[in-house]
Design a protein around this ligand. Sequence first.
Ligand SMILES: O=C(O)C(=O)Cc1ccccc1
Length: 209
Amino acid sequence: MKLGYLGPVGSYSNILTEKHFKTSEYTLHPHSEIRRLFENLDNGDIDLAIIPIRNSTFGQVKESAAEIARREDLIKLEEYQLKVEHCLVARAGTKLENIRLVSSHEQALGQCEKYLTNKKINQRIKASSTANATERLSNVDQIEGLDISECASICSETCAGLFDNLIILEHAIQDNKDNTTTFHLMTNKKLEGPQGDKLLDHKNDIFNL
Ligand SMILES: O=C(O)C(=O)Cc1ccccc1
């Protein structure tokens, strides 16, 4: 079965997917945006998708909630929790006191809001995923006109470790120690067999209807 997730490699979605689905039963397919996961469920390019739904600190994942609200065909097969610990990541040689801009997924920025305000890191750039923001940080010399030595990203320790030219300036920067994201395994068609028996209408779940 083809399973899509929000990539690239190193994203929290990727970490969750590798933890639960690294078997011969599944092939794992990274997607650049959450929106593209829903599109590819529709056109049959993937059978299943892992979708981040809500976070204990920052609430609903906007792109996911919007899509689920406007559709009737999505089915939740399973729910997963991932404990999320964020790192502040920069290019090697960067000093924390020089950081003025931070890039990450909107959710990660929201989960670290107090930390960032406290450190006077005021410029925020939204990226399609934490790993996408970090890949960009590794590859470019400037972001929004600022030298890369004034820029950082927020991502997991695993993600930071994928790039030779990046360092972790600080670990566990999320505002709440207990920071958990809920993901749903979704499809848009009825599956046969044991997974099919677990079909639930998850709109209730998401919107507390
Ligand atoms: O951007 C990612 O890495 C994701 O998988 C979405 C996300 C962002 C922040 C916390 C949990 C999931």
